[in-house]
Design a protein around this ligand. Structure first.
Ligand code: MN
Length: 439
């Protein structure tokens, strides 16, 4: 049966008559030249949140994602990095990942493209690569020098290319050193920027021959694009506080740039085709106000069509409550009532007080012990203490290593001009160590 003979718009198969297994004819899309793509990233499976794991929320979110893919007839799924939260994720997180892929393979979604993020171990993601490829799940954990290794040509069931994804993962320092055109002596941040740009140019060139096919062409990136807004002090993965690339610097040959890394969904630089889809669930107390979503992208041949967001239902809310002891109690009571049909909210409490409250922790624990919520973090803002004493109350877990280093430096009374150089050196050391740890 030659599907190209079916007139466009003719309903070929009854919606109810779809088998649950993959079967080529039923997998064929009757609307030729049209493709529906789902862009998601930053799942962070296996995240440890203070003392808890996120298994329940991730399970709910991934089950919902399978439903979206089924209901919206998604044909290509892209996961743009940070599938896992750590390089060596717990077994339940791996089971969630493979369980999800198993369900996707049974839908009409014909292709899955997954790239590594800065949190992923490239080796861990790539280990089942060849096996997954047999199921049309394409994994690119790490970039190589050969740009073609990141060009994924997706074929329809007649073996004809129907889309191209340049699956560029998070670019590690060693990938960039290869790509950078100029030699040393240059500012590290500049060298990194140049390396990223050179990498995307090479990948764009490698993808160019496919442009004549007039099929959807997409590229992925896991980095900070100029102008992106994070939810809080999300660390820039490269050094310095500068962004890595501008939205208009991605090669024109790609009709859509699927970004990962920033957890807040947003289009960048006024370009609707350069987008962060955001994380799947809130990953820190600072993300509680962000609505989480995944992005549906439609293509007609090589032209970008409609872009729409699907809001992820909230599995568990992360809430920050602030006020006097009495206000905090009132807020806890109303929170207890509000989300009874969801998983118990996790709460960060900030008590604003001008007196010492003995055993505050115990008091709040007793107060909330029968409530549908859990206090995971308690901070006290003592108004009667001078500011520097209040800062001493900061808990180590709230500080980033760089903040601790700065504080230590400040306490040595060094001149400010000394400090910036040392801070930069510390950042380099940190980045170097992170790369080693994540490999
Ligand atoms: Mn990331």
């Amino acid at each position: 049966m030659n599907l190209s003979l079916i007139p466009i718009g003719t309903p070929t198969f009854d919606q109810t008559f779809r088998p649950h297994f993959s079967f080529s004819i039923f997998n064929s899309h009757p609307y030729l030249g049209h493709m529906k793509i789902l862009h998601t990233s930053d799942w962070h499976l296996g995240q440890k949140f203070i003392s808890r794991d996120r298994e329940e929320e991730h399970r709910l979110a991934l089950d919902w994602l399978v439903q979206v893919i089924e209901n919206e007839d998604v044909e290509l799924l892209i996961v743009a990095g940070d599938v896992f939260d750590i390089g060596n994720p717990p077994n339940y997180a791996r089971a969630l990942y493979y369980g999800f892929l198993k369900k996707i393979i049974r839908t009409k979604c014909r292709h899955v493209v997954i790239t590594g993020g800065n949190h992923d171990s490239p080796q861990m993601l790539d280990a089942p690569r060849e096996l997954l490829q047999l199921l049309d799940v394409h994994v690119v954990g790490a970039a190589t020098e050969e740009p073609n290794s990141q060009i994924i040509v997706l074929n329809d069931d007649k073996g004809e290319p129907e889309a191209v994804v340049a699956a560029v993962p998070f670019l590690r320092d060693q990938d960039l050193r290869r790509a950078a055109t100029s030699d040393g002596g240059q500012d590290r941040v500049e060298r990194i920027k140049e390396g990223i740009l050179a990498h995307y140019e090479a990948v764009g060139k490698a993808a160019e021959p496919f442009a004549q096919l007039k099929i959807p062409m997409l590229v992925t990136a896991h980095l900070c694009v100029t102008g992106s807004e994070a939810s809080d002090k999300q660390d820039n993965i490269y050094l310095g506080n500068t962004e890595n690339i501008r939205a208009d610097q991605f090669p024109d040959v790609f009709g859509y740039v699927a970004l990962g890394h920033i957890h807040r969904p947003q289009a960048i630089g006024g370009m609707k085709q350069v987008r962060y889809c955001g994380s799947l669930i809130p990953l820190s107390f600072s993300e509680t106000k962000d609505e989480k979503s995944v992005t549906l992208v439609e293509f007609k041949k090589d032209k970008l069509g409609k872009i729409s967001l699907q809001t992820v239902p909230v599995g568990r809310r992360l809430k920050t409550i602030e006020g006097s002891f009495e206000e905090v109690q009132e807020k806890l009571e109303s929170l207890n009532e509000r989300y009874k049909d969801e998983l118990a909210p996790w709460v960060e409490v900030l008590v604003d007080t001008d007196r010492l409250i003995p055993n505050l922790n115990g008091l709040l624990h007793d107060f909330t012990k029968d409530m549908h919520l859990e206090i995971l973090k308690l901070k006290v803002k003592n108004q009667h203490l001078p500011l520097d004493k209040q800062l001493e109350n900061e808990q180590l877990e709230d500080l980033r290593p760089i903040d601790v280093f700065r504080k230590k430096l400040e306490s040595t009374g060094r001149p400010p001009e000394d400090m910036e150089g040392l801070v930069e050196t510390f950042r380099e050391l940190e980045a170097w160590m992170n790369e080693r740890v994540r490999e």
